[in-house]
Design a protein around this ligand. Structure first.
Ligand code: HEC
Ligand code: HEC
Length: 192
């Protein structure tokens, strides 16, 4: 909740600080993303992650990684290679101007959340860091795939590669199931 508020305020500050057309441009670019990620960043297909309300810096970083080949995916590599650096900044501004909040399934005990992950990804999957993505309500297939990509070296990140290196398939499955069970709410920026 606190995080959702911070994000909402962050979104407002962003809208205030950046030229208005950035968000409008970003919304236009998001037209290319909507079939998979939705216009509000709530994914429409199970293999695509929710991106609404993610930190702007994280979104820019990942899109740039797909564009430069540091992260690879048959769909996203094609999409990102067609975006200019300005379009990347604008579309990231659009999605990050949304706010994300999450709740655990009824009866779930936050104390049972994966201990190794909560300091950065939260108990309910809302990130505690500007550099880390939300995991709430991502499909277990998506989370599983990413953790195995970090483990095999297909995707690299100094923190996540080290964490994933020691995870068993069963642990990966259990963490993926925990975060996939959260419910995610994405709220569009005001006036959009
Ligand atoms: C045809 C479907 C499709 C389209 C269109 C698409 N994406 Fe994706 N996107 C995906 C998939 C699938 C992944 C997961 C890639 C992986 O497994 O590494 C992804 C991953 C991402 C990620 C990484 C998120 C994370 O949590 O790490 C970002 C950011 C992203 N997409 C942004 C965009 C933007 C912005 C657009 C439009 C300009 C777009 N995508 C268009 C399917 C799509
Ligand atoms: C010290 C902080 C930290 C901890 C602890 C941590 N993560 Fe991460 N995680 C990150 C960061 C930062 C990223 C972004 C990596 C990148 O930029 O590619 C990330 C990315 C991920 C992703 C990719 C999500 C996406 O949208 O593509 C998954 C899945 C993930 N973490 C799962 C976990 C799990 C499960 C645990 C516990 C076993 C965990 N993480 C522990 C910081 C952390």
């Amino acid at each position: 909740m606190r995080r959702a508020l911070t994000l909402a305020l962050g979104g407002l500050m962003l809208a205030g600080a950046a030229p208005a057309q950035d968000l409008a441009e970003g919304r236009k670019v998001a037209g290319m993303c909507r079939t998979c990620h939705g216009l509000d960043g709530y994914a429409k297909v199970p293999i695509a992650p929710h991106i609404g309300g993610e930190p702007q810096s994280y979104l820019v970083e990942q899109l740039t990684a797909f564009k430069t080949g540091r992260r690879e995916h048959e769909m996203m590599t094609v999409v990102a290679s067609g975006l200019s650096p300005q379009q990347i900044v604008d579309v990231a501004a659009w999605y990050s101007a949304h706010s994300a909040s999450a709740s655990l399934p009824a009866g779930a005990d936050p104390a049972a959340a994966p201990e190794m992950c909560v300091s950065c990804h939260g108990a309910d999957g809302i990130s505690e860091l500007e550099t880390a993505p939300n995991l709430a309500a991502e499909t277990n297939i998506y989370i599983d795939t990413q953790l195995k990509a970090f483990r095999s070296g297909k995707r690299e990140h100094e923190i996540m590669s080290a964490i994933a290196a020691d995870l068993t398939d069963a642990e990966i499955r259990a963490y993926a199931d925990w975060y996939a069970a959260s419910t995610l709410t994405i709220t569009p920026p005001p006036d959009q």
